[in-house]
Design a protein around this ligand. Structure first.
Ligand code: RB5
Length: 142
């Protein structure tokens, strides 16, 4: 899977570790920034990544900020983006299986690297179940 990744300054410190995790799971990872830990505004990176994911419908996105909240709020402003703020493997698995989420978000200040690894594994190994869930996902957009 092709996965675009972006963070803000709060999560820059774990970006390389997360990229390694995603690559080791067989994904192609494309880094949309930032390139250093200077203070930035999370919506700028959430919007950049959302546009990239919408332009390539087979791709997914991963957004990380301090809590994951600002990134998920911003990404979900884009029609067609279903950004899920996940805290553990279970929420990541359900976000894919039931919500067909195409952008994963989590908080660097909330989850540690071990949990991040299990979140990424669950996300990459789970596919959308479709069926009744597809009808509900269609209803998300007004
Ligand atoms: C930055 O301090 C912090 O506000 C940001 O990373 C994020 O947690 C916002 O939702």
């Amino acid at each position: 899977m092709k996965i675009y990744i972006a963070t803000d300054h709060a999560a820059f410190c774990i970006k390389e570790d997360v990229k390694k995790i995603l690559t080791s799971l067989g994904n192609e990872v494309i880094d949309l920034g930032p390139t250093n830990d200077d203070r930035v505004d999370y919506p700028d990176f959430a919007h950049k990544l959302s546009v990239a994911v919408l332009e390539d419908s087979s791709s997914h996105g991963l957004l990380i900020c301090g809590t994951g909240i600002g990134m998920s709020l911003s990404a979900n402003k884009h029609i067609g983006i279903r950004a899920a703020l996940c805290h553990d493997a279970y929420t990541a698995q359900m976000a894919r299986a039931h919500n067909d989420a195409n952008v994963l978000c989590f908080g660097q200040r909330v989850v540690g690297l071990g949990t991040i690894e299990s979140i990424c594994k669950a996300w990459c190994q789970t596919t959308f179940e479709g069926g009744r869930h597809a009808d509900r996902v269609e209803k998300i957009e007004l």
